[in-house]
Ligand binder design. Structure first.
Ligand SMILES: *[C@@H]1O[C@H](CO)[C@@H](O)[C@H](O)[C@H]1NC(C)=O
Ligand SMILES: *[C@@H]1O[C@H](CO)[C@@H](O)[C@H](O)[C@H]1NC(C)=O
Ligand SMILES: *[C@@H]1O[C@H](CO)[C@@H](O)[C@H](O)[C@H]1NC(C)=O
Ligand SMILES: *[C@@H]1O[C@H](CO)[C@@H](O)[C@H](O)[C@H]1NC(C)=O
Length: 397
């Protein structure tokens, strides 16, 4: 499967088509995901909006909202003292889908919810037990490792921390570690500067690290923790400030040893981990001309490139492994910009555009680099966060 993809990509690269900067993927029989999800992040009563996907990748009307059992919240924009939104949580990864699990953070009630996704009807979500405490305040992002059976949450409030949970076979969450991040913050946090951005497991099975990004060099922009045998060693923290990066945000692995991180101060940073301890890294900065707030990223295994979104510029920008800008998709839907974004097998991107008066999900076809749909979801608002897809993309490097 992976070999075949590589071969197809290689052949197409030789064929080099259209006005694309990088090679386009090509699918004889395209996969489509079966559902996409985002979170209303409302208070009270946070909820997941499940949206069925049709066989051509476009979205049907959303299914009924599913309560998380917790409450959403909104940060405070330090420069204006106003309630934050879009990007109410200053984060990527407020919900995460892996296998048939959907995790969601409840920033207003300091809890983590876990749902089971029904594979025969993936808009049908079943809450597994009551939401559990995140052992901190204002959780903004969650990661899950299938091989470790471990879920870890980043708390961004006054009590900012990383907290990890064993996930039992029947979906019971048991806390197995908490580590403070040492940020001088409040609940709700004042940002975006100096707030937690994203949490993700990176690396190959058996050699995984838990990576947390924070906006600001002085705050130790990237923290990482080694993981093995079902847990991460939260006491062995490495703090690094990659050269040239100013505000590390959404993380996407692009190789087993390399991540692309969106950075609203420049565009993006491609960070390569050297063998051995995480403290040795090399960084390539991507200056994206005209960018304002490039915060979210998604790796597409169809193009083997990363796509980043900007909250204030309505386009999607492709970045390759060398940190070069590829195709730029200028969106014509009249939205101000996009927040979280996810890639799906078959060459699809789904981006959230949260705004006052309604959220929208934008569908982009990576094969043609065209915007194919903008689905308005008026029942969700400017505080909406997160964007995920089922089945989650199968990433193989
Ligand atoms: C995709 O399918 C839907 C119905 O399933 C249809 O309404 C729509 O026109 C199709 N769009 C494209 C671009 O083929
Ligand atoms: C925001 O509020 C804080 C605390 O009330 C105050 O010290 C600060 O001056 C305010 N900033 C702005 C930009 O209004
Ligand atoms: C990016 O842009 C900044 C200022 O606009 C400049 O100082 C820096 O050298 C540029 N970096 C690269 C890698 O082009
Ligand atoms: C990235 O794009 C640049 C410019 O098109 C190209 O020279 C480089 O080989 C590409 N890198 C990869 C890894 O594809």
């Amino acid at each position: 499967m992976h070999f075949q993809n590589t071969l197809t990509t290689a052949l197409l690269f030789l064929a080099s088509m259209g006005s694309r900067t990088f090679a386009a993927p090509h699918h004889k029989h395209r996969h489509t995901p079966k559902a996409v999800y985002f979170m209303t992040n409302t208070s009270p009563n946070n909820a997941i909006i499940p949206i069925p996907v049709s066989s051509n990748g476009t979205l049907h009307a959303p299914g009924p909202a599913v309560l998380t059992g917790g409450h959403g919240s909104r940060g405070v924009v330090a420069a204006t003292n106003r309630t934050a939104g879009p990007d109410a949580l200053f984060s990527q990864g407020a919900i995460r889908v892996v296998d048939n699990y959907l995790f969601a953070v409840n920033a207003g009630s300091n809890t983590l919810s876990l749902f089971q996704i029904d594979p025969s009807n993936p808009t049908h979500l079943t809450l597994l037990g009551a939401p559990v405490s995140t052992y901190g305040e204002f959780p903004v992002s969650v990661a899950y490792s299938r091989s470790l059976r471990l879920a870890c949450v980043a708390n961004a409030g006054r009590a900012n921390s990383v907290a990890c949970f064993e996930v039992s076979a029947d979906g019971v969450l048991k806390n197995v570690g908490v580590k403070g991040l040492g940020l001088a913050q409040t609940t709700p946090p004042r940002g975006p500067p100096s707030t937690v951005s994203d949490i993700l497991f990176v690396g190959e099975e058996g050699d995984q690290r838990l990576v947390v990004t924070i906006k600001g060099v002085r705050t130790g922009a990237m923290r990482s923790f080694p993981c093995a045998r079902g847990n991460c060693d939260l006491e062995r923290e490495t703090a690094t400030a990659p050269m040239g990066a100013g505000a590390l945000f959404g993380i996407s692995p692009i190789r087993s040893d390399t991540i692309v991180v969106a950075d609203p101060s420049v565009g993006a940073a491609t960070i390569r981990f050297q063998q051995g301890p995480m403290s040795t890294i090399s960084t390539t900065i991507t200056n994206i001309t005209g960018q304002v707030a490039t915060c979210w990223s998604a790796y597409s295994s169809d193009t083997r490139t990363v796509f980043v979104t900007d909250a204030a510029v309505n386009r999607i920008v492709e970045i390759n492994y060398s940190g070069k800008v590829g195709t730029i998709v200028e969106l014509k839907n009249g939205n101000a910009g996009n927040t979280d974004v996810v890639a799906a097998d078959g060459g699809w991107l789904y981006a959230l555009s949260a705004r006052i008066g309604g959220a929208a999900v934008v569908v982009v076809d990576v094969e043609t680099m065209r915007e194919v749909q903008t689905l308005r979801v008026p029942e969700a608002g400017v505080e909406s966060m997160g964007m995920q897809v089922w089945p989650a993309q199968s990433v193989g490097f």
